[in-house]
Design a protein around this ligand. Sequence first.
Ligand code: ADP
Length: 632
Amino acid sequence: MIFKVFLIFPELDEAVRLAEWILEKAGYQVEILQDCSEFNQRSRIEYPCAIILDERVNKEKADRVIQANPAIPVLCYCREEHLQNAYQALERGFRGVIPASAGREVLYEKLYQAVEFQLRLQKWLIGETRRNTRTLQRKVDDLERLRQIGSQISASLQLEKVLKEVVIAAVELTAAEEAQLLLLEPGSEDLILRSSYTRQQGQTRILRIPIHDTLIGEVLAKKLPLSLGGDELKKIQTAFLVRALIFVPLLIGEEPVGVLGVLNRQHSRTFTEYECTLLEALAGFAAIGIQNAKLYQANELEREKLKTILNQIQDAVLVIDSEQKLLFVNTTGIEAFQLNQKPFIGVPLEEAIPNQELSLILQEVDSRSGKWYEIHLENEDIWNCQVTPIEKTGYVITLHEITHFKELDRQKTEFVNAVSHDLRSPLTAILGYTELIKRVGELNERQQEYLRRIQNSVQGITALINDLLDLGRIEAGMDTRKEILDLQNLIVRSLETMAGLAAEKGIEIQVEIQSPLPAILGNAIRVQQMVTNLVGNALKYTPRGGKVGVRAWPEKDQVIFQVWDNGMGIPLEDQPHIFDKFFRGSNLPANVSGTGLGLTIVKSIVEDHHGRIWVESKAGEGATFTVVLPGA
Ligand code: ADP
């Protein structure tokens, strides 16, 4: 080992050369520096065993060298042999004084003592550093363990697992014999043992501790840790004697929910403050884990409840994501679409349920959502289907079986058709006889009035029966004969039949047709009936002297046909119902006759021709009916 000595001497005089020579002779490696700043730089690279500093070095600089290097002995080279100087040097922190007059022995002796001192100091420092490193390492290990437990706990959603992990970690971190976790029982004043872990088996465990008048209850009440140690046995409860313990509160926010404790029953010890802090940190993780697990459990419970409800209901419920993959199907849905053969969750709906009508609804889901559609299954069952968008999830499809109602509806229509048919002949006969009566003889005024009333009523019933029969025919799909039609022609013909009625009300029908219109494929009688019904309504619901108009124009390969008026209009709340059978507006005066079937017939005709119809209206400001029909 080479011992290096720095000599800091401002002047390279004889004294320093002599000291250098003597020291080198004694085996030291010597370096002479003229300034303290030079030493500061060198000392970063080399660590001397001693420094000999000339008394003449600037006092502040010399003091800084001493303070900055407490582990290096600094000796003062005193030129004046005053006791006073030597005394001051020692006071300033020099390890020793070498008088200029001293001989070689004194120099050796002083240096030897300084080096001895430094070696002792180094040894002590190394020991101390090792001890501190060990303590620090243990703390780092503890913190790492805490971090691991923290992430394990937050990843775990099962309450029992979280509780188990916490008590095992508590024993590990504190080297206690046992750990216990007690949670406050909802609705009671007691703490219940939910999890415990012991190094030795067969220990008596507490199961329930009241909060009031117990040491552990106090931890919860005061929200402060409790630590007891020493040799004495402490009684926590009857048959629950311990030698040392720490109990810390489990807090969710500010609310205490339980306590976490470690204890020794057999061996005396005192838990340290550090262990108490570790346990508090663990309790923090435990509280978060418990809350997460509880929230998850509550969530799961709600999910299960919802699932049970959805599975109990008679309607089929399907949930799909935004890419139309199945997320959920309830029991009715599984049975209706026979999905129990293979897995269907995550499968595209079209693949799991190959139904053309359903696919069509989902192709235009945004325009079709919220409306009811009929779909037919392979087994001939008919279901009413509605698609509702759910934010951030996708869509829920609700299906209600209507096979039975459809059958009843069919039977009813059949019955109405049969009855209407049978009624038509006697009604024609009644009308005929009312005409004949006039020929039998002169009728007085009263008789004429009664006869007029009979004729009006019979005409009303006949109109209703005709409408019912028409509707029956259209709905039954009996108008199979379709031909290429010129809509303009049909509009003109239809307006001719309306001319009398229009003139009677003093209304001139405005016609705007952009010819040529594309030809359409349809049934001439029905298309004319559609125009007549719409224009008839416009005339009927527009006061004398009002305005009625008809427009038609081509658009791409479609024809748009509009009938407008500036009459009484349709209240907003009536608009969704005006195409329903027998519906009549809420704003109609009592004397306006009608069957409530005209628009139902129009809509059936439009749909039979693969078209669309809608109305735009404001009460009191007229109405515009728009029909879109595809070109042939
Ligand atoms: P109705 O025999 O009553 O005319 P419709 O089925 O033809 O039966 O029409 C249903 C209802 O729609 C009418 O009762 C009326 O309230 C309303 N309506 C139809 N067309 C018009 C229109 N042009 N202006 C105002 N209301 C109308």
